[in-house]
Design a protein around this ligand. Structure first.
Ligand SMILES: Nc1ncnc2c1ncn2[C@@H]1O[C@H](COP(=O)(O)OP(=O)(O)OP(=O)(O)O)[C@@H](O)[C@H]1O
Ligand SMILES: [Mg+2]
Length: 254
């Protein structure tokens, strides 16, 4: 379980362009569940994940992950407990390294290591097993540099890498947004399978209402740094979400 208590974050504090993103924000993310976060562009979804992962530091607030406050830890230290897949397929992987080297790097997260002794041959069967689960044939391309993979293959590899150490929390920031609809569907399905198989506590940002409902247990909508909707996915329809979106759009235009 992740508890966010009394979170505040502003950007450009001492200038006319000050933006107050969160003020006294509270949220609880349930263990072993996938929580989808939706909301208009600029409402603070990515900022929230950046604050959780430590890419950004909060001005105030606590992040209690499995009973420990991780809010003061560096991004590197938090990464031992948190897996992340970004929207950009080039971000979660090292393009000039091979699939095998990328998997080995992910496997050594949190350990000291040298690039010279990166790959441990004994671990290869485990990596092959994980890649086989994806059904994309990546297990036959262990020595291929990741830059030669398609966006969908890279995102699937990123997903496996982010989850292979069984993180306490998995963060997905629109991780299928850069993919074509068919590939996006395949990656979302694999995501759901992995989350369910390893019972990973997950926060998934999406702009796709249908995906948010179909692939999560709970949907949260953010607006101006506040939770304006919080419901079990099974009680929601796409129409209901679109309706709220439309109303918000009208409010912003008035
Ligand atoms: N490092 C930063 N410095 C200054 N402003 C920032 C920074 N990061 C985000 N912002 C601002 O904070 C606001 C929220 O941005 P954020 O990226 O969290 O939105 P989002 O909900 O993820 O939007 P989208 O759906 O477009 O990805 C925006 O106005 C953005 O310009
Ligand atoms: Mg974003």
């Amino acid at each position: 379980m992740l508890k966010i208590n009394n979170l505040s974050k502003s950007f450009n504090k001492d200038s006319d362009e000050r933006i107050d993103i969160f003020h006294g924000f509270n949220l609880q993310i349930e263990e072993n569940k996938c929580t989808a976060i939706i909301g208009a562009n600029g409402c603070g979804k990515s900022t929230l994940l950046n604050l959780i992962s430590g890419s950004l530091m909060a001005d105030q607030g606590e992040f209690i992950l499995k009973g420990k406050d991780i809010g003061k830890l560096s991004e590197e230290k938090r990464a031992i407990h948190i897996g992340r897949v970004h929207q950009d397929p080039s971000m979660g992987v090292s393009p000039t390294l091979t699939i095998l080297e990328n998997m080995s790097l992910a496997d050594k997260k949190g350990e000291g290591f040298s690039l010279r002794k990166l790959v441990h041959k004994g671990k290869i069967p485990k990596y092959v097993e994980l890649l086989k689960d994806l059904d994309l044939g990546l297990e036959d391309k262990l020595d291929t540099q990741v830059k030669y993979l398609s966006g969908g293959q890279r995102q699937s590899l990123s997903l496996v890498m982010a989850s292979m150490k069984f993180p306490d929390l998995l963060l997905l920031d629109e991780h299928t947004a850069a993919l074509d609809p068919k590939t996006s569907h395949v990656v979302m399905k694999k995501t759901k399978e992995l989350i369910e198989k390893y019972k990973m506590t997950t926060i998934m940002i999406s702009h796709n209402m249908k995906d948010a409902i179909d692939y999560s247990d709970r949907v949260i909508m953010l607006d101006k740094g506040q939770v304006i909707l919080d419901k079990p996915s099974k009680d929601l329809t796409e129409e209901e979400l679109m309706d709220i979106y439309r109303k918000k759009l009208v409010e912003h235009l008035m």
